[in-house]
Design a protein around this ligand. Structure first.
Ligand code: C2E
Ligand code: MG
Ligand code: MG
Ligand code: MG
Length: 292
């Protein structure tokens, strides 16, 4: 077979390896290189209290500043990082970097606003999430109330017992825990009862059609009502249009995040815009204020 395919060993190798495996290998090698070369960055996307027109915090989102290809989002490399042990190194770095950034912001306008970081299921298996949080908080002498963590329902479902214990330990540190992409996993209601969490982020797939699809609007209202009964905070993610924002507000959802308000941005840009973001202007058009 190999001979028939030609004398070239690589060709033989390539023929029997799926294209996706080769792609994964490339990304893995490149990503390790990127990590060692310090090409990973964190961008920060503000969260707003839309009633008070104030920024109330932000979410750290991973980016790869590729020397040739420019800024690359996590959709391109996160899966590979999760399938290999790379996510452990990357996740430890994200935790430390968020704490370092928070320390740097102390004393500035951004100093009192919490930052949320995302943790994927693989990280709970591959690294000591609780220990890393504790170490970074200690290293930078930070108020743990400034740190928040976002995990998806799917992550919780992947290793319920271990993650349940970890979430309890994380909250005991004083770090708030949010359920991300809420509504897209399973047994969401059971999780709210069994796992102690501080808030939920309504998945952007519900927000997307909220102005045109009555079923999605009803779901958003129901999530908001339930969260308020359980005394959980609730944030709508992926708000892109004024109509969505208006409907969410009618449903009683007072916190939102999305391109309508502000995109993820570098810490420099966030710092420069902090004045405007912290107190939005009183006349309606937030977008013109934010995206000028
Ligand atoms: P996520 O945590 O649900 O983050 C929200 C995603 O939606 C982000 O994509 C954000 O840029 C995007 N987004 C925000 N507002 C809007 C909007 O109005 N419209 C649309 N269409 N999109 C919006 P991003 O940055 O590409 O991140 C994708 C996912 O990668 C995140 O989803 C999160 O699960 C994961 N991720 C990002 N950073 C990290 C990290 O440091 N560690 C881990 N483990 N996962 C991360
Ligand atoms: Mg998130
Ligand atoms: Mg999300
Ligand atoms: Mg997501």
């Amino acid at each position: 077979q190999a001979k028939a395919a030609g004398p070239n060993n690589f060709q033989f190798f390539a023929e029997f390896m799926s294209l996706s495996a080769i792609k994964r290998l490339n990304v893995e090698v490149e990503l390790q290189h990127a990590f060692d070369n310090k090409e990973l960055r964190l961008f920060y996307q503000p969260k707003f209290d839309v009633r008070r027109r104030q920024m109330v915090g932000s979410e750290a989102l991973l980016r790869w500043q590729h020397p040739q290809r420019g800024l690359i989002g996590p959709d391109y490399f996160l899966e590979v990082a999760e399938q290999t042990a790379l996510i452990a190194q990357i996740g430890r770095w994200v935790t430390r970097e968020v704490c370092r950034q928070l320390k740097e912001w102390q004393g500035s306008d951004l100093g009192n606003l919490p930052v949320a970081l995302n943790i994927s299921a693989a990280e709970f298996q591959l690294r000591d999430v609780v220990g890393d949080l504790r170490d970074s908080l200690h290293r930078y002498q930070l108020d743990p109330g400034l740190l928040q963590m976002e995990v998806t329902e799917t992550t919780i479902a992947s290793q319920e017992d271990k993650i349940g214990r970890d979430l309890t330990a994380i909250r005991r540190l004083g770090v708030k825990v949010w359920i991300d992409d809420f509504g897209t996993g399973y047994s969401s209601l059971g999780y709210l009862r069994r796992f102690s969490v501080d808030g939920v982020k309504i998945d952007r797939s519900f927000v997307h059609e909220v102005a045109h699809n009555p079923a999605d609007a009803a779901l958003c209202s129901a999530i908001v009502a339930m969260a308020s009964q359980l005394q959980l905070d609730v944030v709508a993610e992926g708000v892109e249009e004024r109509e969505q924002f208006n409907l969410l507000l009618e449903s009683g959802c007072s916190q939102a995040q999305g391109f309508f308000y502000a995109r993820p941005m570098s810490p420099d840009v966030l710092h420069k815009q902090a004045g405007q973001l912290l107190q939005l202007s009183a006349h309606g058009n937030l977008q013109s204020v934010l995206l000028d």
